[in-house]
Design a protein around this ligand. Structure first.
Ligand SMILES: C[S@@+](CC[C@H](N)C(=O)[O-])C[C@H]1O[C@@H](n2cnc3c(N)ncnc32)[C@H](O)[C@@H]1O
Length: 266
């Protein structure tokens, strides 16, 4: 045990979640790197990684820019990143629901799947703005339509699972489709939107991208039982339905829609 209590989030901060975030990162890395290229993240810059998790993106950022400030409230996640011992990366343990971000005058900021989990997302936009210098660029990947996540052949169990996941995030104070609100808040709070890009894929079980929902189903179902959102019986029916979908080589999955936002601090 560490001296202070671990502050986890709805999906947990256990080793399975560290591993799942790694799979998710490997699937999403090409899109992330492309967004950073268009945002002109480059050598010499200081970039803030808002809600960095175990730091997969921060490690990529450190290969591009000079200084990465990686913030999260999970000690376990930050310890995983510190263990990598990368001199360009500074970790800061803060609660994004409450604390001010470090005063940085940063050249840019990056956040992925973080606004969906915080309780005061609009206020977090304002705090990120204060950590950026004028002209600083903020790149965000957040869900805009989580319910779009469907499979063919259609699965009632899958659709019910998506429903419960959304409810569980909302019950913890988050909002899965936060991408619907962010562009408006950005403009109200002093950002200029440079680009908006919805990202959705249609994938087959033999695509590498399938490993992303695969790993989420594994740990997600377990977590929903742990938190009392579904019964063990329903969990096993959901898992069986997903296994049947995966075993069907002609199965198709539409992924939950992510909105990429690139915005510049006015
Ligand atoms: C889905 S993970 C995404 C991690 C990382 N951005 C990535 O793309 O791999 C959500 C992250 O938000 C962090 N988080 C959620 N609520 C937070 C809060 N109130 N304060 C600080 N971090 C928070 C969690 O600890 C977790 O690391």
């Amino acid at each position: 045990m560490t001296a202070t209590a671990e502050r986890d989030y709805i999906l947990g901060t256990h080793d399975d979640e560290v591993a799942r975030l790694g799979v998710q990162h490997r699937v999403w890395r090409p899109r992330m790197l492309d967004a950073w290229r268009r945002a002109r993240f480059t050598t010499g810059q200081t970039i803030l990684d808002v809600g960095c998790g175990p730091g997969y993106a921060a490690l990529d950022l450190a290969e591009i820019v000079n200084r990465v400030i990686a913030v999260d409230r999970s000690q376990r996640f930050l310890d995983a990143l510190r263990a990598r011992d990368v001199p360009q990366i500074e970790t800061v343990e803060i609660d994004l629901d409450e604390d001010e971000l470090p005063a940085l005058d940063a050249d840019g900021a990056w956040a992925r799947w973080v606004f969906a989990f915080v309780k005061r997302p609009r206020d977090l936009v304002a705090r990120v703005r204060r950590a950026l210098k004028p002209g600083g660029v903020f790149v965000v990947h957040e869900y805009v339509d989580y319910r779009a996540w469907r499979v063919s052949p259609r699965s009632v169990e899958h659709e019910e699972f998506v429903d419960v996941v959304m409810k569980s995030w909302r019950a913890a104070g988050g909002e899965p489709d936060i991408g619907l609100d962010l562009p408006r808040w950005f403009e109200e709070l002093g950002f200029e939107i440079r680009s908006l890009l919805p990202i959705v894929d249609a994938i087959r079980p033999n695509d590498f991208a399938w490993q992303w929902p695969h790993s989420f189903m594994e740990s997600g179902i377990r977590r929903l039982v742990e938190l009392g959102h579904i019964s063990p019986e329903r969990a096993s029916a959901t898992a069986q339905a997903f296994t049947a979908t995966e075993a069907n080589p002609t199965a198709l999955m539409i992924t939950p829609v992510v909105l990429e936002i690139i915005a510049v601090r006015r």
